[in-house]
Ligand binder design. Structure first.
Ligand code: GLC
Length: 523
């Protein structure tokens, strides 16, 4: 019997906690706020929520600078609030993932305090120290990756901000302590983790120079670093997760550009590593059917030999929201949603995309995130009237555009709106085995369009074909089935069947999901 662990085709909902919902009037989202909105997630029909870091942090990098791995930052609540959130999520059939940050701690972490103060102490080598910068590495956020520390009289290595010193995973003590942090949360019932830049943890102690690239970019090192030691760490992590009951899992952020590189972090069936690894190709893809086709083909080729699941992401806290990237077009965002939720593999939604949200305009004076990544972190509006379901004072970032329209209260009333499209897609995915577990085959289709077929080997299961028109003019695509769902609002009639020619006329920026039989391939 084929085994389908929940995460393989799971739909994950990313929450940036500061921005999701505030319960105590300080203008910053918190865990009670998340708990108060769980019914929205259950109504939508996602499988799991992933919380970006909620641990104590000075906030030099939006929570990705952790000063205590086994506690909750008071701004978000406390451990009791976290336990209540997990219980409430589980009661609704929602799994909970935390964001594990293994590559670096905060400079305020007690391990770093000890390491910088006491070069002979228990944490002396838990970070990378040297009398002078040992290599040509630069930080992902600009500037050198080495910073001088007065207390220790040495330089320490940091691939991100100087407030995020890199841990030395070659030290057994670091491994033990970090694995304990996983156990702490697994014992509290979390279902898994998103592991931050996890491909960086393995390091050759020689810390050799990297070869300069033809077109150097800010994130060069992060996007190209590979070391075999990372795989050893990930095999241990996998063993730990799999020793717990209930299909616990880890999705790793592996910021490598090629899908073929990313899948190596999943290991093999004999020696598995990560359960899933992020593929950011669609997050970076322009609105172009050919480019999307190449991303999908690349992922399918990479995953076929290892029989693992691709992952798909359109938006995140690190990137501009996809609707904004597509020039603000809601129609394009709807097409993208159809594709995201009908491709093979796990899908990651970023909170607010189901509301059609765009980036906020954040002036320099309110910007907090390194690299100016604030606009996609704007607060989620929940209700029509100000303060949009947030309590009390001004929220920590400005609202995204049109918060009075793009909120669940308004959109639940609009059957043709984008929110209902997401819900219908998720329902279709759940109830259509070919979408949940089927293979994917790319089909030939006219320029400016993308088409693929999802099917199961069992002839008794209905195959599904998805067609999308990326172009700003109509396109005729082969059609020979029944339209189950289309991306445009019902009154816009985006997909018109032409029975005499057995073709489907797709309006600009429209996608349709059809039930078999599969369309004839042209030519
Ligand atoms: C990941 C996070 C990003 C953070 C970086 C350093 O890429 O998604 O927000 O800045 O790691 O932790």
């Amino acid at each position: 019997m084929v085994c389908h662990p929940w995460w393989r085709g799971g739909v994950f909902y990313q929450i940036y906690p500061r921005s999701f919902c505030d319960s105590n009037g300080d203008g910053i989202g918190d865990l009670e706020g998340v708990r108060s909105r769980l019914d929205h997630l259950a109504w939508l029909g996602v499988d799991a929520l992933w919380l970006s870091p909620v641990f104590p942090s000075p906030g030099a990098d939006g929570g990705y600078d952790v000063s205590h791995y086994c506690d909750i930052d008071p701004v978000f609540g406390d451990i009791a609030a976290f336990d209540r959130l997990v219980a409430a999520a589980h009661a609704r059939g929602l799994r909970v993932l935390l964001d594990w940050v293994p590559n670096h701690t905060s400079v305020q972490h007690p391990w770093f305090h000890s390491s910088r103060r006491d070069p002979d102490g228990p944490h002396a080598n838990w970070y990378w120290w040297a009398d002078k910068p040992l290599n040509n590495w630069s930080s992902a956020f600009g500037g050198p990756a080495w910073t001088y520390d007065e207390a220790r009289g040495q330089y320490y290595l940091h691939l991100f901000t100087a407030a995020q010193p890199d841990l030395n995973w070659n030290e057994p003590g670091v491994q033990d302590a970090m694995f304990d942090t996983l156990r702490f949360w697994l014992d509290r019932g979390v279902d898994g983790f998103r592991a931050d830049v996890v491909h960086l943890v393995g390091r050759d102690p020689a810390l050799k120079d990297v070869a300069p690239r033809a077109e150097p970019g800010l994130n060069d090192l992060v996007n190209s670093y590979r070391d075999p030691r990372t795989h050893e760490v990930l095999r241990k992590v996998r063993g730990l997760l799999d020793s717990y009951p209930g299909e616990r899992m880890m999705i790793g952020e592996v910021s490598l550009e090629e899908s073929a590189d990313v899948v190596t972090y999943l290991g093999t069936s004999e020696d598995p590593e990560l359960h899933l690894a992020f593929d950011f190709s669609l997050l970076e893809a322009p609105w172009d059917a050919e480019v999307w086709r190449a991303c999908i083909a690349g992922a399918e080729i990479a995953h076929a030999p290892v029989e693992t699941s691709p992952t798909w992401v359109l938006s995140s806290h690190d990137a501009s929201r996809h609707r904004t990237r597509y020039g603000g077009s809601e129609a394009a965002a709807r097409v993208a949603a159809v594709l995201l939720l009908t491709l093979r593999g796990a899908a990651f939604l970023y909170a607010g995309e189901e509301l059609g949200l765009q980036d906020a305009t954040v002036g320099r004076e309110r910007s907090r995130a390194p690299l100016g990544r604030d606009p996609s972190r704007a607060p989620i509006p929940w209700t029509i009237e100000e303060p949009h379901g947030w309590t009390g004072s001004q929220s920590w970032l400005p609202w995204p555009p049109d918060p009075g329209c793009h909120n669940p209260q308004a959109l639940r009333r609009e059957r043709g709106g984008i929110l209902w499209l997401y819900r219908r897609l998720l329902e279709l995915r759940r109830t259509t085995p070919a979408l949940a577990h089927g293979d994917l085959e790319l089909l030939d289709s006219p320029p400016g369009t993308l088409a693929y077929r999802r099917s199961l080997p069992r002839a008794t299961e209905t195959a599904v074909t998805v067609v999308a028109n990326f172009a700003s003019t109509h396109r005729l695509v082969p059609y020979d089935g029944a339209v189950l769902l289309e991306s445009s609002a019902p009154d816009r009639r985006g997909a018109l069947v032409q029975p005499s020619t057995r073709q489907l006329l797709l309006a600009p920026f429209t996608a349709a999901v059809m039930r078999e039989p599969m369309p004839h391939r042209p030519g």
